[in-house]
Design a protein around this ligand. Structure first.
Ligand code: ATP
Ligand code: MG
Length: 558
């Protein structure tokens, strides 16, 4: 009954089984971000999994739930951005938008329930003492001296915690489980702490806030989540998740299933680290196009289809690994290759004068918007006596296998004519400033009626009509494949991750470019208008990703 194209990973197989055995007739998943930063590419994996399952299975839905239990780090700005990012990825939570803070009263009542059952107590140990009492991975912990408080005393103290009678850090509410447990998470974990901080949604209604490990299973259960999918670091927390559901009168007991988080080479995916890049000014903001945030890569020109394809290809596994960022780039190129209209843009221009082209005249030539997709149509481009070509498409002393323009050589101008370099003009410093070329009028459109072979085809723009724009070329933000492995990740930032070109000339059609619409600048890569810095009188284009440069390969530059 499910979509057969999606590979059956172990999570989808569990769901198949649960439907087959009748354990569930409806599947409910959730994506539970904490609104303390922007979503990154790692979150995309979790979104595609949770919302993907909701799309694939006939009776299924996915909730978007903000895990907003720590008001110190959380902001409305992040809540808005996260919603925009999930939508941009192509997913929809419908009516099912929730906030853990909506459950604060219920979560509180559940805590009283635990106290009344002798399963929770108010503890006055300092944070430091609590650490000492907790023990280590190899040594059991010790019971808190406050563990045997009576139910009445605990209830009284907890209610006074809520009433705001105590300063922060003096008292917490802890579950009473087992200080000798091999699992440190079960050694009387903290359930509530005092925080005299107002909350983006509940304002000053609360001065005690529940911990994530306690809030999460309750939120899941209250929403009727059937499969609570999370990353591997929560595996050791599962016993506490189950303990919470087992010991509270919650409507159901969701099944927590862990999967490997996404790690990408040359990338950091941790909100804390991304925040540091922003705070220390290493990037221009969360949406800097070099950032692996969804807002950053969207601004850079990545498409939601490419991201979904990528998430599908990496699949869901139980073991952590690092995915090669080239796979992501591959998915992106595949999508953009299909969808992006072709235009010509000269990043580093070199002037060409066609000496035998009649002065004061010009003509319109037809250029295809997509070489393999005639449905994308064609456009007219102006050809005249003065043009610009890419500086790198000319070599005064051509290297072996260089098939572009050189003195005395012919090259094809894309959609135009065959030209021949007759003369190289240099300035006083010996720099090449202009080429004088001749064109062959019999080769209009680039054909050679006499059948002579022209190996190179290069792009160009008309000097009269070209539009000057700024172009930003991006490289990897980090120099090391695994920036998180050794030392401080900030030490391996790539100093050349951004290169700004301000001489670029593009076809006038690009005056109509819009952010989010990708273009292939022929032979150069995929570009899109920058959504933040571009202005009508100063267009800024981001290079999303390069094409594979065959010349760089041949010449050993790659
Ligand atoms: P970070 O480690 O970047 O701070 P987080 O886990 O604290 O991320 P949350 O907002 O709590 O961020 O995450 C929301 C959901 O996204 C969680 O279910 C989490 O497991 C999942 N998630 C976070 N990072 C990744 C990742 N790299 N790969 C897959 N899923 C992830
Ligand atoms: Mg987290």
């Amino acid at each position: 009954m499910t979509n057969d194209n999606i590979p059956r990973d172990f999570i989808r197989k569990f769901i198949d089984d649960d439907l087959a055995t009748g354990k569930h007739t409806e599947i409910v998943t959730r994506f539970p971000p904490e609104p303390n930063g922007y979503l990154h590419i790692g979150h995309a994996k979790s979104i595609c999994l949770n919302f993907g399952i909701a799309k694939e299975f006939p009776a299924a839905r996915c909730h978007l739930r903000f895990d907003d239990t720590n008001p110190i780090k959380e902001e409305q700005e992040y809540i808005d951005a996260i919603q925009a990012d999930v939508k941009w990825l192509g997913f929809d939570w419908g009516q099912h938008l929730y906030y853990a803070s909506d459950y604060f009263e219920k979560i509180y009542q559940f805590a009283e329930h635990l106290i009344k059952n002798g399963q929770a107590f108010v503890c006055d140990l300092t944070a430091e003492e609590m650490r000492e009492y907790r023990g280590t991975l190899t040594e059991p912990g010790k019971n808190s001296p406050y563990r045997n408080r009576t139910v009445e005393e605990n209830l009284d103290l907890f209610r006074r915690m809520r009433a705001g009678e105590f300063p922060e850090g003096v008292r917490v509410l802890r579950a009473k489980i087992d200080m000798t447990s091999g699992n440190v998470n079960l050694r009387d974990p903290v359930l509530y702490r005092v925080m005299h901080t107002s909350h983006p949604r509940t304002g000053n209604a609360w001065c005690i806030y529940p911990m994530y490990d306690y809030t999460h299973p309750i939120s899941d259960a209250l929403e009727g989540i059937t499969h609570s999918l999370c990353t591997l670091e929560f595996e050791d927390h599962r016993p506490l998740y189950d303990w919470t559901c087992d010991n509270l009168p919650v409507p159901c007991h969701p099944r927590q299933i862990e999967f490997a988080r996404l790690n990408l080479s040359y990338t950091v995916v941790s909100k804390r680290k991304l925040l540091r890049l922003v705070k220390e000014g290493k990037v221009s903001g969360w949406d800097d196009p070099r950032m692996p945030t969804l807002s950053g890569i969207r601004r850079r020109g990545f498409t939601p289809a490419a991201l979904r394809d990528f998430c599908e290809r990496i699949g869901i596994a139980k073991k952590d690994s690092i995915v090669d960022v080239e796979l992501l780039e591959h998915c992106l190129r595949e999508d953009l290759n299909e969808s992006a209209a072709r235009v010509m843009g000269v990043l580093e221009p070199l002037k060409v004068v066609i000496s035998n082209y009649p002065e004061g005249t010009e003509e319109e030539l037809t250029a295809q918007n997509h070489p393999k997709n005639p449905e994308m149509g064609s456009r007219q481009i102006s050809f005249g006596r003065e043009l610009y070509i890419e500086r790198g498409d000319f070599m005064a002393e051509p290297a072996k296998k260089f098939f572009r323009l050189a003195p005395g050589r012919e090259v094809r101008l894309r959609y135009a004519y065959i030209i021949k370099c007759e003369e190289v003009i240099t300035n006083a410093a010996g720099e090449i400033v202009e080429l004088r070329c001749s064109y062959d009028p019999a080769t209009r459109g680039g054909d050679t009626p006499d059948g002579r072979k022209i190996k190179g085809t290069i792009h160009w723009v008309s000097a009269k009509h070209a539009l000057p724009v700024e172009v930003r070329l991006y490289d990897r933000l980090f120099r090391q494949p695994d920036p998180e492995s050794e030392g401080d990740f900030m030490d391996c930032l790539n100093p050349d991750s951004l290169l700004v070109l301000d001489q670029t000339l593009v076809e006038p059609a690009l005056a109509a470019a819009r952010p989010g619409v990708s273009y292939q600048f022929e032979r150069q890569g995929y570009f899109c208008l920058d959504s933040r810095d571009s202005r009508p009188d100063h267009l800024v284009f981001n290079r999303t990703v390069t094409l594979r440069d065959t010349w760089a390969k041949v010449s050993g530059q790659e």
